[in-house]
Write a protein that binds this ligand. Structure first.
Ligand SMILES: *Cc1c(COP(=O)(O)O)cnc(C)c1O
Length: 375
């Protein structure tokens, strides 16, 4: 999809907010614990390369991504710090892992066996591949389940001349919830895994943003994988108070491209789902579901000069209409996410309207919307 610069719809990314979130997190970390910035899914929609560079400038020690291609994007942009791919990379792609000097996740014994076969025939393997063993302590996603399986994997890696054991990690399923019972069960299991090993790799890590924010005194490991918090979003939504004020890094803005007064009883949008009950000012904004602003957003209100204006009629692919309290000039700024004259629409408000989480909202914003970086 082509990025559409020649239109007033923009995602504004505030560098200072993003950097401050990371600085504030690093300040709270126990001594010796490093922060890896999670920039998967194009930095949760904020731009992976830009987010990684901002994180780096304030002390991130490395990066986490979800896929091999995301890791390659960072390397090609000149990032030289450790990059860990969190999900499974097929052994058939291992030459790329070597070429780009990446760290990868291993979750099964079968993978290790297959990887060893691939590595045996790889020509001129200059450096061994760096492996983080994933322990599944209760997420039920990827990883070895028992301490014995982890130990066996570690032994296999250490017996190999073209693998190094660089990390051991797990992932919490409920760190963003008030009830910490299950978090503790997972932490206990991870500590059992650690105890079953006679030595540990360079990185041991368990914390996503929620664990780092709410279990900082008890989180196992010497590195955290800090994701949503760096973008200024509370991982728990409404459930838990922020440990320090998180500053939202993204705003979404546009402009009125047409303003008209419709007579009473006129239809607005496809399917004519809205009829003007009386004479009304209607404004049109150039953003729609192809930009990731879904049709379900009908009925939500946007900010025009500090006043909330409801989206009326169906959201179209590229445009939507709002009801204005009075005439506004064409070119007036419209805030979809962010602040306007003392009022605010948060990513969480959008998520609440859609019945989802803000993670999904920022990831959904499509490539068509330009990301503009400001201090
Ligand atoms: C996405 C992800 C993270 C980051 O989670 P946040 O909630 O955004 O901090 C950490 N670890 C793993 C394994 C992940 O998949």
């Amino acid at each position: 999809m082509v990025v559409t610069y020649h239109r007033p719809t923009r995602a504004i990314i505030h560098r200072k907010a993003l950097r401050e979130n990371i600085k504030n997190e690093i300040k709270r970390l126990p001594k010796g614990v490093e922060l890896f910035a999670v920039v998967k899914a194009d930095g949760y929609g904020h731009g992976a390369i830009a987010a990684a560079q901002m994180a780096l400038s304030v002390g991130a020690a490395g990066f986490c991504v979800a896929t091999l291609d995301e890791a390659i994007e960072l390397r090609e942009a000149g990032i030289t710090e450790p990059i860990l791919v969190l999900s499974v990379v097929f052994p058939s792609y291992l030459s790329l892992v070597v070429d780009y000097d990446l760290s990868i996740t291993v979750a099964t014994k079968e993978w290790l066996v297959e990887a060893q076969e691939v590595l045996n025939v790889l020509e001129e393997t200059t450096a061994p591949i760096k492996i983080h063993i994933k322990a599944d302590t209760g997420m039920g996603r990827i990883g070895f389940v028992t301490p014995e399986e982890v130990k066996e994997a570690a032994d296999m890696i250490e017996a190999s001349s073209n693998m190094v054991w660089e990390g051991l990690f797990t992932h919490f399923a409920t760190a963003d919830e008030k009830d910490a019972t299950y978090w503790h069960k997972q932490a206990d299991r991870f500590n059992e895994v650690i105890a079953a090993l006679d030595h540990l790799p360079r990185y041991v890590h368990s914390s996503n943003s929620a664990t780092a924010l709410w279990h900082d005194k008890e989180m196992p490991g010497n590195m955290i994988r800090y994701g949503v918090g760096m973008y200024g979003l509370n991982p728990s939504g409404h459930e838990l108070p922020e440990s320090y004020p998180l500053k939202p890094a993204m705003e979404l803005v546009s402009e009125l491209i047409q303003v008209k007064e419709l007579a009473a009883g006129e239809g607005v949008g496809y399917g004519k789902t809205y009829d003007t009950p009386e004479k009304e000012w209607i404004g049109t904004i150039p953003i729609g579901y192809a930009d990731g602003w879904l049709r379900k957003m009908q009925g939500f209100s946007l900010l025009v000069e500090g006043e909330f204006c409801e989206i009326v009629g169906r959201v179209c692919m590229d445009q939507l209409m709002i009801r204005l309290p009075r005439e506004f000039k064409v070119g007036t700024k419209v805030t979809l996410i962010g602040r306007s004259k003392g009022q605010e629409i948060t990513m969480q408000d959008v998520a609440d309207h859609l019945g989802t989480i803000h993670y999904e909202v920022c990831c959904m914003l499509s490539e068509r919307v330009p990301r503009i970086y400001q201090e």
